[in-house]
Design a protein around this ligand. Structure first.
Ligand SMILES: [Zn+2]
Length: 119
């Protein structure tokens, strides 16, 4: 896909959770490669917590496509990283986050998430 696909700037507007999210009608096939893979049978379960402050505006380092009802973001800063899960609901987004890991560990979990090995 083109470079615009991965630019954080093009994602800046929808970061204002609760406004601007649109879900494509099911009939429109999204061609973005940024979707999590089908969950594997022997996947590990992540512990998802309700964040204390969901207004944090930290830029994600990576994210999956928001065409899905649930999408994910990888956040890293100050040597730590975590994954945010956003469930787009008609009443507004429902946000959960993992605990903080070392960045290398967070990136490894992110890769496993994309591969359907954890969820
Ligand atoms: Zn998509």
């Amino acid at each position: 896909m083109g470079r615009a696909e991965g630019q954080a700037s093009s994602y800046a507007e929808p970061m204002i959770y609760g406004a601007g999210f649109t879900v494509l009608p099911m009939s429109e096939e999204c061609v973005s490669p940024r979707h999590v893979s089908t969950l594997q049978r022997d996947h590990a379960r992540l512990e998802w917590r309700t964040p204390d402050d969901i207004l944090e505006r930290a830029r994600p380092e990576a994210w999956t496509c928001a065409c899905r009802a649930t999408f994910y973001e990888l956040h890293v800063s100050a040597g730590r990283g975590f994954i945010r899960r956003i469930l787009q609901h008609e009443d507004g987004p429902r946000i959960h986050e993992t605990r903080l890991w070392r960045i290398s560990e967070a990136r490894a979990v992110w890769s496993a998430l994309l591969a359907g090995q954890v969820r």
